[in-house]
Ligand binder design. Structure first.
Ligand code: GLC
Length: 512
């Protein structure tokens, strides 16, 4: 079927137009577990709007309904080699297709179908055979491309899961005349996940050497491969999602055991900050907010604060300083730092805390305990919710983001766009997007602290609490935060440059 570009996806001269395929485990609006899914959608949209031919490949999990999305069969009975000696030599897959919908900002998306590995799985991650599932996604993508008239110039691999594709392309498909021309980009959104195990606990004799051919599907060694290691050595170029994080991961404290490898490839590594999709995050026309507002009418936020307080069953009063935590419950996010200080905060300040997020049971328990002791001051919801963050950032005064590490972070951007002031640790993308408030100069867009330490967080919260009570200054701070340009415009251009560099390097290496 012909692929039509509507008026919202601009056409640029064909010589400049790139063919780009993203291969990912998640992509909105079809499926998202975290920031990766959000970014896959907004980045592909930004590139398509610049005129590129961008497509996406993800698995068709149980929850993605054919009929709901109008998926069409693109290729049935695709045979994907397993390299098995004993077991089946091939797995049978299908590829279904969703045609680009420029009005909704969705690019042409392919879905790899396999009953056993995707269609019967309700979740994206967390299965014992994840390594097999992602190798299947990578090989399935390449086998599909072999049969396709459309061949991308560059494939963007995301994290360890589809980072494996860069390795597979260079080994199993190195002599394929069509596929071997494709350049690869590894985008690192999460360096700490490297395989279907915790890399910190792998016995020395089981460490993946990273260079031999990826084992067969039936080989138990497949479950021990370090996809991130392999992707870093194989991809033509590498990017992570902020400049600061790109620097940080070159050091042992942030390198997750791969810093030496990354330093070896430092010329190939860049940081490109994630952008915010202002079509989704615009308080003037938000679909979730009961009371829409702009920087010229910030008083309206008080009404949203009341809606928020009601939503969580908390006493309604504009005098409360409302802090929000919107995060995956993960030690990465540093939210455990609140444990030892929250009691004092809630006792000494007129403060409320609302929490949304899913994940680690121990972390959720910390907040549950707070709620039990301070039922009038703490509200929590422990499940992923795409809409609630709009209500929260539209009404809360500050967002707490004390991350230990943060490749980019999206919530600080979402909060800023809605005049909710971020309190962040100076790391990764947080350092690159939030400038510390300076009352004397009237500069800054949030509160920034350096150490992973509850007391440092406490100081930052206290500074914010004081400033909050200086109305005019706080309004100015909110306006600066709201005016900060966090759009994809710049970043999409940088990705374009990165893709061209990957293509150039790849063809040079092929000749050389
Ligand atoms: C991961 C990172 C987060 C980033 C997101 C999207 O979830 O932890 O910092 O914003 O990916 O790139």
């Amino acid at each position: 079927m012909q692929h039509h570009l509507g008026s919202l996806f601009r056409i640029i001269p064909s010589a400049k137009r790139l063919r780009i395929l993203f291969v990912s485990t998640e992509a909105e609006p079809f499926v998202a577990v975290g920031g990766l899914g959000v970014v896959m959608h907004s980045l592909s949209k930004a590139l398509a709007q610049r005129g590129h031919d961008v497509r996406m490949m993800i698995p068709r999990y149980l929850k993605i309904n054919d009929e709901e999305w109008g998926l069409k069969m693109e290729h049935s009975n695709l045979l994907v080699p397993t390299e098995n000696q004993e077991g089946p030599k091939e797995l049978i897959c299908n590829v279904k297709r969703y045609n680009a919908n420029p009005g909704k900002g969705i690019v042409t998306t392919y879905f790899l179908e396999n009953m056993e590995y995707y269609e019967q799985r309700a979740n994206v991650y967390g299965y014992a055979d994840d390594a097999i599932r992602w190798v299947l996604l990578c090989r399935g993508t390449l086998e599909f491309l072999k049969t396709s008239d459309w061949i991308p110039q560059v494939i963007v691999c995301t994290d360890w899961q589809t980072g494996l594709l860069a390795d597979i392309l260079k080994t199993f498909y190195r002599d394929d005349s069509k596929l071997s021309k494709i350049a690869t980009v590894l985008s690192i959104h999460n360096l700490s996940a490297q395989g279907s195990f915790n890399y910190k606990f792998v016995p020395t004799e089981e460490i993946d050497d990273g260079y031999s051919f990826i084992p067969a599907f039936e080989d138990p060694k497949l479950l021990k491969i370090n996809g991130m290691h392999r992707a870093i050595t194989s991809a033509d170029v590498i990017n992570t999602v902020s400049s600061t994080y790109a620097q940080e991961i070159m050091s042992p404290s942030y390198g997750e055991g791969l810093d030496e490898l990354l330093r070896k490839r430092k010329d190939a590594v860049v940081g490109i900050l994630n952008g915010l999709d202002y079509e989704t995050w615009n308080p003037r026309q938000d679909q979730v907010l009961k009371y829409r507002f702009s920087e010229a009418a910030l008083d309206v936020r008080a009404k949203n604060k009341a809606v928020l307080q009601e939503h969580f069953g908390l006493p309604v009063s504009d005098n409360y300083f409302v802090a929000a935590v919107v995060a995956r419950m993960d030690v990465q996010k540093g939210i455990d730092l609140l444990e030892s200080i929250i009691q004092n905060l809630l006792q000494d300040l007129k403060m409320q805390l609302v929490v949304v997020g899913e994940g680690d049971a121990r972390l959720m328990e910390i907040f549950l305990n707070m709620k039990t002791f301070f039922p009038e001051q703490v509200g929590a919801k422990f499940s992923y919710d795409a809409e609630l963050p709009h209500l929260i950032f539209g009404g809360a005064d500050v967002a707490l983001i004390p991350s230990r590490f943060e490749p980019s972070g999206l919530t600080q951007m979402e909060a800023m766009a809605f005049g909710c002031i971020p309190i962040v640790r100076r790391t990764g993308g947080l350092a690159d997007t939030v400038e510390d408030f300076n009352p004397a100069r009237g500069t800054g867009t949030g509160f920034v602290f350096d150490k992973v330490d509850p007391l440092s967080l406490l100081i930052a919260i206290t500074r914010a609490y004081e400033s909050f009570h200086h109305g005019p200054e706080w309004r100015q701070l909110q306006k600066r935060a709201m005016r900060k340009d966090l759009s994809w415009t710049n970043s999409a251009k940088q990705y374009e440059e990165l893709f061209r560099k990957a293509i150039e390097l790849h063809s040079k290496n092929q000749l050389g």
